[in-house]
Write a protein that binds this ligand. Structure first.
Ligand code: TRP
Length: 330
């Protein structure tokens, strides 16, 4: 069977270099090797936790621009907004009806939110948050995806997707394809400014599309220890070194290690990191500066992408509706 890769990014916040290293860069590399790839903006996922319409709008634009600036080829890939393919929501409801509530009770995102509550376990928890893995399953199963590149925090969602698909296939007909995850950050979680995982919820990100000046400023904010210049530095558990590794080849990494052993100052180390990141991001930034001038182009690309994706989704939902009995009276 043909490999079909699919991945989405939730449209909250600004695209950052964690998204780039963990999702965008590996997905685009895979797209070069695979016949079919689906990349989408998970905008219906974004309203689960964010009710600020302006922020959502801005983030959709930023994340679309990030994919395009990083070199996504819209001719050979399917690139679309989740909300432009309403069949996904239709499938989401159908899947809700075969998903055990007990399965959703175990979802990390829901458990994390409810564990913060003391008296009322359900305080602040919406049905959207609770059934979020079902919507994600619909994203994936709609297109018979075989491989889903995601961060390690999403493994459980992929397992749930397989459970839900298997349940549907058992109850009706084996129409749904069970996907495999591809874990992009298996060895390395991308660290943020404070040394925790880079994440919009920790506010420790380095934005992907900032100009050079702002990028340097972010890099200079990375928290280090207080060792003086001349004192040897440990490259283990060092955010500067970890980030550097994601942008450099073996030779450069060894060279950087030698500087650490020789007691490079944190200022110089950060300067080297900045230059290395900046070299890779320069062409991306210049495409971004061009693309942002042409909003019509971005809208055209997205509507073209959803048209292509919908033609597949429509056919699939037709088959699904037939096997569940939502069909013409005969
Ligand atoms: N939940 C994913 C995240 O937060 C984003 C996402 C939504 C996704 N639907 C998807 C990823 C389908 C892969 C496939 O990172």
């Amino acid at each position: 069977m043909k490999k079909r890769i699919l991945t989405g990014i939730t449209t909250t916040g600004t695209p950052h270099i964690g998204n780039y290293i963990g999702a965008i860069r590996p997905a685009l590399e895979m797209a070069k090797e695979n016949e079919e790839s689906f990349f989408f903006l998970a905008d219906y996922h974004s309203i689960i936790k964010n009710q600020d319409s302006n922020k959502i709008k801005q983030s959709v634009e930023d994340i679309a621009l990030a994919w395009l600036s990083c070199g996504l080829d819209t001719k050979t890939t399917y690139f679309y907004r989740q909300s432009d393919v309403p069949e996904i929501l239709e499938l989401s409801w159908i899947l809700n009806c075969v998903t055990a509530k007990g399965l959703m009770n175990r979802a990390h995102a829901y458990k994390a939110a409810s564990s913060l509550n003391t008296n009322d376990a359900d305080k602040g928890i919406t049905m959207g948050l609770f059934s979020y893995p079902v919507l994600m399953a619909a994203d994936i199963l709609m297109f018979d995806s075989t491989h889903v590149p995601v961060g390690s925090d999403q493994i459980q969602h992929l397992e749930m997707t397989r459970d839900i698909a298997a349940r549907f296939n058992h109850l009706y007909k084996p129409l749904l394809t069970l996907p495999d995850p591809i874990i992009a950050d298996k060895e390395k979680i991308v660290l943020g400014l404070d040394g925790r995982k880079m994440s919009k919820s920790y506010e420790n990100i380095i934005p992907l599309l900032d100009d050079e000046k702002k990028l340097r400023k972010s890099v200079m904010k990375i928290v280090t220890n207080s060792l003086e210049p001349g004192e040897p530095k440990d490259s283990k558990e060092c955010t500067v070194f970890d980030l550097y590794k994601n942008f450099a080849d073996e030779e450069k990494i060894t060279e950087f290690q030698n500087y650490y052993d020789d007691g490079i100052s944190w200022g110089e180390a950060k300067e080297m990191l900045f230059n290395t990141i900046n070299n890779e991001l320069k062409p991306i930034r210049s495409r971004y500066v061009e693309l942002i001038k042409d909003k019509d182009y971005i809208n055209d690309v997205l509507s073209d992408g959803s048209r292509k994706a919908r033609s597949i989704a429509k056919q699939k939902i037709k088959e699904i509706r037939e096997v569940i009995g939502i069909t013409n009276i005969s």
